[in-house]
Design a protein around this ligand. Structure first.
Ligand SMILES: Nc1ncnc2c1ncn2[C@@H]1O[C@H](COP(=O)(O)OP(=O)(O)OP(=O)(O)O)[C@@H](O)[C@H]1O
Ligand SMILES: O=C(O)[C@H](O)[C@@H](O)[C@H](O)[C@H](O)CO
Length: 187
Protein backbone atom coordinates (compact mmCIF):
# COMPACT_ATOMS: atom_id res chain seq x y z
CA UNK A 1 0.00 0.00 0.00
CA UNK A 2 1.56 3.21 -1.15
CA UNK A 3 -0.26 6.17 -2.59
CA UNK A 4 1.87 8.62 -4.51
CA UNK A 5 1.22 12.32 -3.94
CA UNK A 6 0.23 14.46 -6.86
CA UNK A 7 3.50 15.35 -8.66
CA UNK A 8 2.15 18.82 -9.31
CA UNK A 9 1.75 19.60 -5.63
CA UNK A 10 4.84 17.79 -4.31
CA UNK A 11 7.08 19.40 -6.91
CA UNK A 12 7.58 22.62 -5.01
CA UNK A 13 8.01 21.07 -1.56
CA UNK A 14 11.39 21.36 0.10
CA UNK A 15 10.07 20.26 3.46
CA UNK A 16 9.14 16.65 4.22
CA UNK A 17 7.31 15.85 7.44
CA UNK A 18 6.86 12.24 8.53
CA UNK A 19 3.55 12.08 10.42
CA UNK A 20 1.39 9.62 12.33
CA UNK A 21 0.43 8.54 15.82
CA UNK A 22 2.96 7.95 18.55
CA UNK A 23 5.21 4.94 17.84
CA UNK A 24 4.24 4.71 14.17
CA UNK A 25 7.94 5.12 13.35
CA UNK A 26 8.20 8.84 12.55
CA UNK A 27 11.63 9.43 14.10
CA UNK A 28 13.15 6.22 12.76
CA UNK A 29 11.80 6.72 9.22
CA UNK A 30 12.44 10.47 9.19
CA UNK A 31 16.09 9.93 10.14
CA UNK A 32 16.45 7.30 7.41
CA UNK A 33 14.97 9.65 4.78
CA UNK A 34 17.18 12.54 5.91
CA UNK A 35 20.26 10.31 5.82
CA UNK A 36 19.48 9.20 2.26
CA UNK A 37 18.94 12.77 1.07
CA UNK A 38 21.81 14.26 3.10
CA UNK A 39 19.39 16.66 4.73
CA UNK A 40 18.97 17.86 8.32
CA UNK A 41 16.42 16.00 10.44
CA UNK A 42 14.31 17.85 13.01
CA UNK A 43 12.32 15.75 15.47
CA UNK A 44 9.10 17.39 16.63
CA UNK A 45 9.55 15.79 20.05
CA UNK A 46 12.34 18.28 20.71
CA UNK A 47 10.16 21.35 20.15
CA UNK A 48 7.50 20.79 22.83
CA UNK A 49 7.46 23.34 25.64
CA UNK A 50 8.19 21.70 29.03
CA UNK A 51 4.50 21.98 30.07
CA UNK A 52 3.49 19.74 27.15
CA UNK A 53 6.10 17.16 28.04
CA UNK A 54 4.95 17.12 31.69
CA UNK A 55 1.33 16.77 30.59
CA UNK A 56 2.09 13.78 28.39
CA UNK A 57 4.31 12.23 31.04
CA UNK A 58 1.35 12.47 33.44
CA UNK A 59 -0.85 10.67 30.89
CA UNK A 60 -2.99 13.68 29.86
CA UNK A 61 -3.54 14.14 26.10
CA UNK A 62 -2.53 17.49 24.64
CA UNK A 63 -5.25 19.87 23.51
CA UNK A 64 -5.30 22.04 20.39
CA UNK A 65 -4.23 24.99 22.54
CA UNK A 66 -1.21 23.00 23.78
CA UNK A 67 -0.22 22.08 20.26
CA UNK A 68 -0.34 25.42 18.38
CA UNK A 69 2.82 26.95 19.93
CA UNK A 70 4.67 23.67 19.49
CA UNK A 71 3.68 23.42 15.82
CA UNK A 72 4.68 27.03 15.26
CA UNK A 73 8.16 26.49 16.73
CA UNK A 74 8.71 23.36 14.68
CA UNK A 75 7.48 24.99 11.45
CA UNK A 76 9.78 27.95 12.00
CA UNK A 77 12.78 25.68 12.68
CA UNK A 78 12.04 23.61 9.56
CA UNK A 79 11.75 26.73 7.45
CA UNK A 80 15.11 27.97 8.77
CA UNK A 81 16.79 24.60 8.21
CA UNK A 82 15.45 24.46 4.64
CA UNK A 83 16.72 28.00 4.08
CA UNK A 84 20.20 27.00 5.21
CA UNK A 85 20.45 23.54 3.69
CA UNK A 86 18.11 23.73 0.71
CA UNK A 87 15.56 21.33 2.20
CA UNK A 88 14.83 19.54 5.47
CA UNK A 89 13.05 16.52 6.95
CA UNK A 90 10.93 16.63 10.10
CA UNK A 91 8.91 14.26 12.28
CA UNK A 92 5.66 15.42 13.81
CA UNK A 93 2.45 13.62 14.74
CA UNK A 94 0.45 16.33 12.83
CA UNK A 95 -2.68 14.41 13.71
CA UNK A 96 -5.38 16.83 12.55
CA UNK A 97 -5.77 18.43 9.16
CA UNK A 98 -5.84 21.83 10.82
CA UNK A 99 -2.41 21.11 12.35
CA UNK A 100 -1.01 20.20 8.94
CA UNK A 101 -2.50 23.32 7.36
CA UNK A 102 -1.01 25.36 10.21
CA UNK A 103 2.44 23.82 9.66
CA UNK A 104 2.26 24.74 5.96
CA UNK A 105 1.10 28.26 6.81
CA UNK A 106 3.75 28.84 9.49
CA UNK A 107 6.58 27.29 7.47
CA UNK A 108 5.52 29.54 4.63
CA UNK A 109 6.04 26.87 2.00
CA UNK A 110 4.59 23.61 0.69
CA UNK A 111 5.23 20.47 2.71
CA UNK A 112 5.18 16.87 1.56
CA UNK A 113 3.67 14.79 4.38
CA UNK A 114 4.70 11.14 4.63
CA UNK A 115 1.94 9.44 6.60
CA UNK A 116 2.86 6.22 8.40
CA UNK A 117 -0.45 4.40 8.45
CA UNK A 118 -0.97 1.44 10.74
CA UNK A 119 -3.68 -0.15 12.83
CA UNK A 120 -3.86 0.00 16.59
CA UNK A 121 -2.68 -3.54 17.21
CA UNK A 122 0.56 -3.19 15.22
CA UNK A 123 1.38 0.18 16.74
CA UNK A 124 0.40 -0.77 20.30
CA UNK A 125 2.68 -3.78 20.11
CA UNK A 126 5.52 -1.58 18.93
CA UNK A 127 4.85 0.95 21.64
CA UNK A 128 4.88 -1.74 24.32
CA UNK A 129 8.32 -2.88 23.23
CA UNK A 130 10.04 0.51 23.06
CA UNK A 131 11.25 2.91 25.72
CA UNK A 132 10.24 6.58 25.49
CA UNK A 133 11.36 9.45 27.66
CA UNK A 134 7.81 10.70 28.41
CA UNK A 135 5.11 9.17 26.19
CA UNK A 136 3.02 6.56 28.07
CA UNK A 137 1.20 3.74 26.28
CA UNK A 138 -2.06 4.96 27.82
CA UNK A 139 -2.03 7.92 25.40
CA UNK A 140 -2.20 5.81 22.26
CA UNK A 141 -6.00 5.65 22.31
CA UNK A 142 -6.27 9.46 22.34
CA UNK A 143 -3.76 9.65 19.49
CA UNK A 144 -6.06 7.53 17.32
CA UNK A 145 -9.10 9.48 18.50
CA UNK A 146 -7.46 12.75 17.42
CA UNK A 147 -6.05 11.43 14.14
CA UNK A 148 -7.63 12.76 10.95
CA UNK A 149 -6.03 10.67 8.25
CA UNK A 150 -4.72 12.79 5.36
CA UNK A 151 -6.47 12.23 2.03
CA UNK A 152 -4.06 12.23 -0.95
CA UNK A 153 -6.84 13.70 -3.09
CA UNK A 154 -6.85 16.79 -0.91
CA UNK A 155 -3.46 16.98 0.83
CA UNK A 156 0.08 16.65 -0.42
CA UNK A 157 0.70 13.28 1.20
CA UNK A 158 2.43 10.00 0.55
CA UNK A 159 0.71 7.21 2.50
CA UNK A 160 2.97 4.35 3.61
CA UNK A 161 2.32 1.14 5.50
CA UNK A 162 4.04 1.01 8.91
CA UNK A 163 4.56 -2.75 8.54
CA UNK A 164 7.15 -2.24 5.83
CA UNK A 165 10.83 -2.21 6.84
CA UNK A 166 12.31 1.21 7.56
CA UNK A 167 14.64 1.09 4.56
CA UNK A 168 11.71 0.30 2.22
CA UNK A 169 9.74 3.20 3.66
CA UNK A 170 12.71 5.49 3.15
CA UNK A 171 13.15 4.30 -0.45
CA UNK A 172 9.48 5.02 -1.21
CA UNK A 173 9.70 8.48 0.32
CA UNK A 174 12.92 9.33 -1.50
CA UNK A 175 11.34 8.32 -4.81
CA UNK A 176 8.44 10.65 -4.10
CA UNK A 177 10.77 13.54 -3.51
CA UNK A 178 13.15 13.01 -6.39
CA UNK A 179 12.87 16.68 -7.16
CA UNK A 180 14.64 17.42 -3.88
CA UNK A 181 17.71 15.59 -5.07
CA UNK A 182 17.66 17.50 -8.35
CA UNK A 183 17.34 20.64 -6.29
CA UNK A 184 20.42 19.72 -4.23
CA UNK A 185 22.41 18.73 -7.32
CA UNK A 186 21.56 22.08 -8.86
CA UNK A 187 23.05 24.02 -5.94
N1 LIG B 1 9.16 0.23 9.93
C1 LIG B 1 9.38 -0.26 11.15
N2 LIG B 1 9.31 -1.59 11.35
C2 LIG B 1 9.52 -2.10 12.59
N3 LIG B 1 9.76 -1.37 13.70
C3 LIG B 1 9.82 -0.04 13.56
C4 LIG B 1 9.64 0.59 12.28
N4 LIG B 1 9.73 1.92 12.45
C5 LIG B 1 9.97 2.12 13.76
N5 LIG B 1 10.04 0.95 14.43
C6 LIG B 1 10.23 0.78 15.88
O1 LIG B 1 9.04 1.26 16.49
C7 LIG B 1 9.31 2.01 17.66
C8 LIG B 1 8.76 3.42 17.54
O2 LIG B 1 9.49 4.11 16.52
P1 LIG B 1 9.74 5.67 16.57
O3 LIG B 1 10.31 6.08 17.88
O4 LIG B 1 10.49 6.01 15.35
O5 LIG B 1 8.24 6.18 16.47
P2 LIG B 1 7.67 7.66 16.60
O6 LIG B 1 6.48 7.72 15.72
O7 LIG B 1 8.75 8.65 16.34
O8 LIG B 1 7.22 7.73 18.10
P3 LIG B 1 6.93 9.01 19.02
O9 LIG B 1 6.09 9.94 18.24
O10 LIG B 1 6.19 8.48 20.18
O11 LIG B 1 8.24 9.61 19.37
C9 LIG B 1 10.83 1.95 17.84
O12 LIG B 1 11.15 0.88 18.71
C10 LIG B 1 11.34 1.66 16.44
O13 LIG B 1 12.57 0.97 16.44
O1 LIG C 1 0.54 15.56 19.12
C1 LIG C 1 0.82 14.93 20.12
O2 LIG C 1 0.00 14.39 20.87
C2 LIG C 1 2.26 14.80 20.50
O3 LIG C 1 3.11 15.30 19.55
C3 LIG C 1 2.67 13.38 20.63
O4 LIG C 1 2.39 12.72 19.43
C4 LIG C 1 4.12 13.29 21.05
O5 LIG C 1 4.88 14.44 20.77
C5 LIG C 1 4.92 12.22 20.44
O6 LIG C 1 4.28 11.41 19.49
C6 LIG C 1 5.53 11.42 21.53
O7 LIG C 1 6.78 11.21 21.24
Amino acid sequence: MSTAPSPRRSEAARLIIVMGVSSSGKSTTGKAIARRLHLPFLDGDGYHPPENVEKMRAGTPLTDADRWPWLERLAQALHEAAGQKGAAVGACSALRKSYRDYLVEKAGEPILFVYLKGDRSVIAERMARRQHEYMPQSLLESQFATLEEPDPAIENVLVLDVREPVETLATRAVKAVDHLRSFKRGQ
